[in-house]
Design a protein around this ligand. Structure first.
Ligand code: SF4
Length: 335
């Protein structure tokens, strides 16, 4: 769903952040389409949702590098609860194609509205930052760019090419939008190709109209399946949030759908409400339920599963890539 252009009319309505590491009121409305919605309930977080603030020297260096290179991270834009831990390890997920998304998902903290044009210098700056940080593995994601003819696929390809050209051996994981199913978009990305192709289903199909209204479940599922058909050697990955009101049976059905689409890696994490204008948390899923989901998912044949309250699709992506490669080797050897 395209966000309205009229951000100015609601610019004075501040949102109250309720999750992640943010502690100050958002200075201006990031989500004009949500500003007039009633506040949603915001239950207290349980003790197992504990996060570290990004206060280390390493985190400060990552932040400075992003400012110097004029780059955005989904870590900051999505108010990710893991930012303290990840940035301390100098692991960040880059967000390309600007900081303004053309959709208006009910779970997402990324700013919505009318985006700027494509920054042609962005791939070079991104590649330089990846080299400067000495990253072995990098995650590149983007806002939805339904306004672009290719949905932003060309910029993904240019970023992958620029990172490869640094000759650092950095492996590349892309976490893409659905490109609104635009003809040729997925092919543009898979022609380059990345080492990991990730596209998150986010939630169960029944909740799409309220949680991911601009997307279609089967379009997303088919995108993952086509990615594997185009490049069987590229790992495919998808993620789900739980705690939005889905049932266990619905989650298991999504797992079956993903396995039918030949997806290699599943991540499952707790939904956290970014502001009171976003969808309410239905429940905080206890850690033992994540362990149960992980056990079931492994039994269904995923090469790798990561499921815990603070799992996010790019959390520990570097270590997980090594684990994915090892799992594939073991599978090939019939271990
Ligand atoms: S989990 Fe991903 S988005 Fe969150 S801080 Fe870590 S790298 Fe950034």
């Amino acid at each position: 769903m395209t966000a309205p252009d009229g951000a100015a009319q609601t610019d004075t309505v501040a949102e109250t952040p309720v999750s992640g590491t943010e502690s100050e009121p958002v200075a201006r409305t990031r989500h004009p389409e949500k500003a007039r919605r009633p506040d949603q309930p915001s239950p207290r977080k349980p003790h197992w949702i504990r996060v570290k603030a990004p206060t280390s020297r390493e985190a400060a260096e990552v932040r400075q590098l992003m400012r110097d290179k004029k780059l955005a991270t989904v870590c900051e834009e999505a108010a990710c609860p893991n930012i303290g831990e990840c940035w301390h390890r100098r692991h960040a997920s880059f967000m390309i194609l600007g900081e303004i998304c053309t959709r208006a998902c009910a779970f997402c903290n990324v700013r919505t509205g009318k985006p700027d044009g494509v920054d042609e210098d962005e791939p070079a700056r991104l590649a330089a930052s990846v080299a400067a940080m000495g990253l072995r593995h990098v995650v590149v994601t983007s806002v939805d760019r339904d306004d672009l003819a290719d949905g932003g696929a060309g910029q993904f390809a240019r970023c992958i090419t620029a990172i490869r050209a640094t000759d650092t051996g950095t492996t590349v994981e892309v976490l893409t939008p659905d490109f609104r199913d635009k003809p040729g978009a997925l092919e543009t990305v898979m022609d380059t190709p990345p080492d990991v192709f990730n596209h998150n289903l986010e939630t169960v199909p029944r909740l799409y109209p309220s949680i991911r209204p601009g997307a279609r479940y089967f379009t997303s599922l088919r995108l993952l399946q086509r990615a594997k058909e185009l490049r069987p050697d590229v790992f495919t990955k998808s993620g789900l949030m739980v705690g939005l009101g889905e049932t266990r049976a619905e989650v298991l059905q999504v797992m079956d759908d993903l396995r039918a689409a030949d997806v290699d890696f599943l991540t499952v994490g707790q939904y956290l409400q970014p502001t009171r204008k976003h969808a309410a948390v239905d429940r905080f899923v206890p850690p033992e339920d994540f362990e149960d989901l992980a056990r079931v998912a492994r039994a269904k044949g995923f090469l790798l599963v990561s499921a815990s309250p603070l799992t996010r699709s790019s959390h520990h992506a570097d270590r997980d890539f090594v684990a994915l490669r090892d799992a594939r080797r073991a599978q090939t050897r019939g271990l």
